[in-house]
Design a protein. Structure first.
Length: 153
């Protein structure tokens, strides 16, 4: 009898709300600074990016409100599920993002978490501008029209 593997081979956790709320200007792929049990929970797919946001603190980029569920197999060595986690980018990218953040209305939003081919957890972040209500309505109209066209034989 083959033992079932609880770790999924392909991890691709998306923040669907971000695409609806923000217009993406630029995207980056950043590494994540994690503790031992966090990567195991990510491999099980137990991550939520709904309320997550990024901010600068002392020249470093951090992600806050990203929820990684505690690892079920760990006893008392488990991690805090909503702690702040450092994002790893090179200095040039950090400087570029920090200068763009000074503009009004721009924010850095976590878009998705994935495991790359080397087995490392990566986060795709986007520099985005918040959409207005009429922009959101326009997106919904476009989506409905596309769905109607796809339905037609």
């Amino acid at each position: 009898m083959k033992k079932e593997n609880r770790f999924s081979k392909i991890i691709n956790i998306k923040n669907r709300k971000a695409k609806f709320e923000f217009e993406f200007i630029d995207t980056y792929v950043a590494g994540l600074s994690l503790v031992g049990t966090e990567i195991k929970s990510i491999r099980e797919g137990k991550v939520s990016l709904k309320e997550a946001f990024c901010y600068f603190k002392r020249g470093e980029l951090w992600v806050k409100q990203m929820h990684i569920s505690p690892y079920s197999q760990a006893a008392h060595f488990n991690h805090d599920s909503v702690r702040e986690r450092k994002l790893l980018l090179n200095k040039r990218e950090l400087d570029k993002l920090e200068s763009k953040m000074s503009e009004k209305g721009l924010a850095i939003v976590p878009v998705r978490i994935f495991i790359n081919d080397r087995g490392l957890a990566k986060m795709e972040i986007a520099l985005g501008r918040g959409k207005k209500l009429h922009d959101k309505r326009e997106d919904i109209k476009k989506k409905d029209a596309k769905r109607d066209l796809d339905r037609m034989p």
